[in-house]
Design a protein around this ligand. Structure first.
Ligand SMILES: C[S@@+](CC[C@H](N)C(=O)[O-])C[C@H]1O[C@@H](n2cnc3c(N)ncnc32)[C@H](O)[C@@H]1O
Length: 270
């Protein structure tokens, strides 16, 4: 008998992203092999396909390319900071830790209590991993971080669900607490949000929760100016993927008409 995750609202979106990553991972020509995620999804008693539908045709690859870009940034950080601390905010059911497979990393996973409980039950726990149950907005998690070998904070699929003052406050808090550290997060532009409203909402049983913090390329200088502790804000591009969508993914920025509708992955240095 599988496990009923019992999630709704924003936490349920972690099942949505897992579902698409697994659809991509099961392809023989996948851009993101992920045996741990494939094993994980098999443990659920949850109607993934009935709930989320099949989405638009390139959705699994696009979500996997986003995750692969985060993996690349984690590997780059660990190359510069062996034994560094990765803090994964709103980690949901992500399996980045196993995909990256770094033997020295120290990993702190932060999510709301029901999600942390699911991770505890369904994913293996290794000595270098710790789980912290609570909100990313609760500053108590900052005391769990050991910054001695460097800190990378990741927030994949989280910041857009926070209120603007919460998301920007979180960025400033992390910047001021971890000088020399870095944060990576993805952002949804207002143009993508309109597209989602038009194409996704109402087409499956699952109603994506509203997005609150929308960020476009024009906002990057403003983010840079949020605190003197922020030294750089830049966009990183995914690597080339499969087919036309995979070829376009890293080039969207330069394509008139599509450029405003690109999802952004943003790296902030402190
Ligand atoms: C779209 S899912 C992303 C999950 C995972 N990072 C991924 O990319 O598959 C959003 C995640 O953020 C978590 N979340 C929402 N609000 C949060 C908060 N205030 N603090 C910590 N996690 C939160 C949810 O529980 C969920 O796991």
């Amino acid at each position: 008998m599988g496990i009923d995750p019992g999630l709704s609202g924003v936490p349920e979106t972690a099942l949505w992203t897992l579902y698409h990553r697994v659809r991509e991972a099961r392809r023989p020509d996948t851009v993101l092999p992920d045996p741990m995620a494939v094993h994980l999804i098999e443990q659920f008693d949850y109607p993934f396909e009935a709930r989320f539908g099949v989405g638009f045709p390139v959705q699994p690859q696009i979500m996997a390319l986003r995750a692969r870009t985060f993996d690349d940034e984690v590997r780059r950080f660990l190359g510069l900071h062996p034994g560094g601390q990765v803090v994964a905010l709103g980690e949901g059911l992500e399996t980045t830790y196993w995909r990256v497979g770094d033997p020295q990393v120290r990993w702190l996973s932060i999510d709301l209590p029901p999600m942390v409980e699911l991770r505890r039950r369904l994913l293996p726990q290794e000595d270098r991993q710790r789980l912290w149950a609570g909100s990313a907005l609760d500053e108590a998690w900052l005391d769990e971080v050991d910054p001695a070998q460097g800190v990378l904070v990741t927030a994949q699929g989280l910041m857009m669900y926070l209120r603007p003052e919460e998301a920007e406050g979180l960025l400033v808090t992390v910047a001021e607490r971890f000088p020399g550290g870095r944060m990576i997060f993805d952002a949804i532009t207002p143009a993508i949000d309109q597209q989602v409203v038009r194409h996704v909402r109402g087409r499956s049983a699952f109603e994506p929760p509203p997005l609150h913090w929308l960020v476009g390329p024009e906002d990057l200088p403003r983010l840079r100016a949020l605190s003197p502790a922020i030294s750089d804000v830049r966009e990183v591009q995914p690597r080339v993927g499969r087919g036309l969508a995979g070829w376009l993914a890293p080039r969207l920025k330069r394509i008139p008409g599509l450029s405003r509708r690109r999802p952004m992955i943003i790296v902030v240095d402190f």
